[in-house]
Design a protein around this ligand. Structure first.
Ligand code: ZN
Length: 302
């Protein structure tokens, strides 16, 4: 398969002005991480185009990132589900839900859990992986699209009561336009749950693991707030990490009546730049130390 690269402006503020952070990521696939100098959003630029990514997700993604998919379902009733726990902890767990949509559901672990909480609800998924789609249909989930950028929302206007987006927004080609579609599908009382890696608290090593060619965006609490505002949401809670995952940022939001203006700040940009710069330096020191130890071991063996 031949993959094609494209250049893109910032998805939030449309600026082309960016600072290059790194050209390396997990697995050696093209991973050009930049930071928007105007609003501080991290993103890949240049990156694979939409056709390249779609082909990768359909055919190769599961093998790279979801090796467990072929194993048996290990779900236990006693497992605490982080999404349920967080919705309840912050007082936004819905009393009822007729329709639940999981975007990027994978094999449907979260949908299975929510089907037990709301046994009468219709379960919907947006999922590109053909293997995952098969598993979803086996327990009654309807895959309404294989691509969030299609016009799937037109058949589900104001219909969905819970929308789950767990570690999926950072994979999107155009998060702003996708969130606008998602807003149209959300019912008036509905809630959306979003969790993404927190780039203000990355888990080392950046170039060996954190930066990934499938992660087209690198969000933090500032860029998420701006993005959600532009898409017409009101954030009810946003939290950086908890006992379930210290390195993610998650939020619960609902439709906003009015568009709340985003706020762009050079301080937000500088804070993110400093986190990445310091982590890259520290990763580099650790790599150098490991190389020195390996050299010593090799010498000793000889
Ligand atoms: Zn920007």
């Amino acid at each position: 398969m031949n993959y094609t690269l494209e250049s893109v402006p910032c998805n939030i503020c449309e600026s082309d002005s960016h600072h290059i952070i790194s050209a390396k990521g997990k697995g050696g696939l093209p991973t050009n991480v930049v930071l928007c100098k105007n609003c501080g959003l991290g993103y890949l630029n240049p990156r694979w185009d939409a056709d390249s990514y779609m082909s990768f997700y359909r055919n190769e993604y599961d093998h790279y990132y979801r090796p467990k998919i072929l194993k048996v379902d290990t779900y236990k009733k006693s497992d605490i589900n982080p999404i349920e726990d967080r919705l309840k902890r912050f007082g936004h767990f819905p009393d009822s839900a007729n329709t639940i949509l999981d975007i990027g559901s994978g094999e449907g672990k979260n949908l299975k859990h929510f089907a037990r909480l709301f046994p009468k609800s219709s379960l919907l998924a947006i999922e590109p992986s053909i293997e995952s789609q098969k598993q979803l249909s086996e327990f009654g989930v309807t895959t309404i699209s294989d691509n969030v950028d299609n016009d799937w929302e037109l058949k589900h206007l104001d219909q969905v009561d819970i929308i789950i987006m767990r570690h999926v927004l950072e994979h999107f080609m155009d998060p702003l336009s996708a969130l606008k579609k998602i807003r149209k599908a959300l019912s008036n009382e509905g809630v959306i749950y979003i969790a993404v890696p927190n780039n203000l608290k990355p888990n080392k090593h950046l170039e060996g693991n954190w930066f990934r060619n499938v992660h087209t965006y690198y969000f933090n609490k500032y860029s998420l707030k701006n993005l959600l505002r532009l898409a017409g949401f009101e954030i009810m809670n946003i939290t950086e990490g908890d006992q379930h995952n210290r390195h993610e940022v998650f939020l619960i939001a609902r439709k906003s009546e009015n568009i709340i203006e985003p706020s762009f700040s050079t301080e937000d940009y500088s804070e993110q730049l400093e986190v990445f710069t310091n982590q890259l330096k520290s990763d580099n020191r650790i790599s150098q130390r490991i190389l020195r130890i390996l050299k010593q071991i090799r010498k000793a063996i000889r």
